[in-house]
Design a protein around this ligand. Structure first.
Ligand SMILES: NC(=O)c1ccc[n+]([C@@H]2O[C@H](COP(=O)([O-])OP(=O)(O)OC[C@H]3O[C@@H](n4cnc5c(N)ncnc54)[C@H](OP(=O)(O)O)[C@@H]3O)[C@@H](O)[C@H]2O)c1
Length: 295
């Protein structure tokens, strides 16, 4: 298949290109060059907020599928610069979706657990009502709406708490603090599912394979995360344990952490659609962390 991946230099985009390399004709688009180019990928620079350039670049490639991972991902930054978040995550997604219309390309839009308000006591399923709270969350939800409004064959894949070797992430933040701090304070009243981008990339690859070149119609909303859930505090403790550091981790509340953006207390995503299709659950978050730390 001819596939465009936006956000090709980002954390998920890089692992996705790696997962699909050799099996598809791949075009990687991003506002910046990748740190390391993967062989056989055709990279191009593109700012998705530019409507005409986005339309021209994508329609010239004429892909059968676009996997849209590019985003403004600074959750706290979006509170002080909401226009930038809306421009990239909402209008940028609209621009990508408009290009899909020309040759009826399918679209996979990567979305977030943050579209939910976090008040539900159980894990969220795909048809639970979104109620995004901060500017980042709202901009991602607006992107979901554009995907649904403008593209006939869309998949919205919501995932959570991503980490991978090609981007800033929680695991690396903890590891770098371990080097300079005698003890860590980490939020214990937000619960979610940490997800390794390598595992999410292979789940997306699997969906494409069972979707048989896009002919079987597995469209709609999907929640895809590593299995199990924990708080940021539990996650930090597991990182400390797995790297065998002798550092204490102390729980603090969201209020004490005093971050700019609101965050859902519960953002565990039930991979309900995935289970309905009898697909095997993704590995546990602890197992994923072990593999990430080994590489
Ligand atoms: N990270 C998480 O915990 C998380 C959780 C759930 C869902 N998601 C979603 O998953 C997707 C992938 O996340 P990620 O963490 O892999 O993101 P990432 O590492 O920040 O990658 C996003 C890429 O998009 C690029 N980009 C930003 N603005 C652009 C523009 N105007 N035009 C073209 N490219 C642009 C970024 O470049 P710059 O680096 O220069 O900005 C970056 O290379 C995103 O849609 C995100 O919202 C992330």
């Amino acid at each position: 298949m001819r596939i465009v991946i936006t956000g090709a230099s980002g954390m998920l985009g890089t692992d996705l290109l790696q997962a699909l390399a050799g099996e598809h004709e791949l075009f990687g688009l991003d506002i910046r060059k990748p740190d390391n180019q993967i062989a056989d990928i055709k990279y191009q620079l593109l700012d998705i907020t530019k409507t005409k350039e986005t339309y021209d670049t994508i329609t010239t490639i004429n892909p059968e599928l676009i996997v849209h991972t590019a985003a403004y991902t600074n959750v706290d930054g979006a509170e002080s610069d909401p226009e930038q978040a809306y421009l990239i995550n909402a209008l940028g997604t609209r621009n990508v979706a408009l290009a899909c219309q020309r040759f009826d390309s399918a679209l996979i839009y990567i979305s977030s657990d943050y579209v939910f308000n976090g008040q539900k006591k159980e894990p969220y399923i795909e048809i639970d009502k979104p109620d995004p709270q901060g500017a980042y969350a709202k901009s991602k939800y607006w992107g979901e709406l554009y995907a649904q409004w403008l593209v006939s064959r869309f998949m919205i894949i919501r995932s959570s708490w991503l980490y991978g070797k090609n981007g800033k992430n929680f695991v690396e933040a903890i590891r770098s603090q371990l080097k300079i701090k005698p003890g860590l304070k980490v939020v214990s009243d937000q619960v979610g599912s940490p997800t390794y981008t390598v595992d999410l990339a292979s789940a997306i690859k699997r969906l494409l394979t069972i979707n048989n070149q896009l002919s079987t119609g597995l469209y709609g909303i999907w929640h895809i995360t590593n299995s199990g859930s924990c708080s940021w505090f539990d996650f930090a403790k597991e990182i400390v344990k797995q790297v065998d550091a002798k550092v204490g981790v102390e729980p603090i509340s969201t209020q004490q952490a005093n971050r700019l953006a609101p965050r859902p207390q519960n953002s565990v995503l039930d991979n309900f659609n995935w289970k309905l299709h009898e697909l095997p659950l993704l590995p546990t978050w602890q197992d994923a962390l072990k593999r990430y730390l080994k590489q």
